[in-house]
Design a protein. Structure first.
Length: 173
């Protein structure tokens, strides 16, 4: 019976001790900083989706660190803002995108953070792109962000489709 009487006190101690910051005022401040970092990172990812949908390569690349690494699907890895800018300018020159992105989760620790999520997009080729078809896609992304001064910027990012690989048989359909 004595053991059962100690259970509520033990549980309260464990919950308090295991809380971030061990229930200390410093821990509460850390949680507020994490919440602010998470909100800032989520805002960066929302701006990323907006700038892609609006074909704003200039604004988009300002969300990247100078030494960003991008890993687009079906293309070589890109390094640096300049390569990223060129890539998105080429992408924007062939058509338009309707993009809907959802942030699935955000985490941060000190000056580093990450976000992952999902996207759905529709690509409409420019009229002068003979043979190109409108395409719908859905997939996922992950981004590593770094705090530079007071800003969170994308330092590395990869995205890829959920659609099956197109084979010669499925491409003919």
């Amino acid at each position: 019976m004595k053991k059962l009487a100690m259970l509520p006190a033990t549980a309260a101690f464990v919950v308090t001790a295991c809380a971030p910051g061990g229930g200390t005022p410093e821990g509460a401040a850390g949680m507020e900083q994490d919440a602010a970092a998470h909100a800032a990172i989520e805002t960066v990812m929302e701006r990323w989706a907006h700038h892609i949908a609006e074909s704003q390569a200039d604004s988009l690349t300002l969300l990247f660190t100078e030494d960003v690494r991008l890993f687009p699907p079906n293309a070589p890895a890109l390094q640096g803002r300049s390569e990223a800018q060129s890539f998105f300018e080429i992408v924007n020159s062939v058509g338009t995108f309707e993009l809907s992105a959802r942030v699935g989760a955000v985490e941060s620790s000190g000056p580093l953070g990450y976000a992952w999520g999902t996207y759905e997009l529709t690509f409409t080729p420019n009229p002068d792109m003979s043979g190109a078809r409108a395409t719908e896609d859905s997939g996922k992304y992950v981004a590593v962000l770094r705090r530079v001064g007071t800003e969170w910027l994308i330092a590395a990012q990869s995205w890829n489709t959920d659609l099956p690989i197109r084979t010669p048989m499925t491409a003919a359909q």
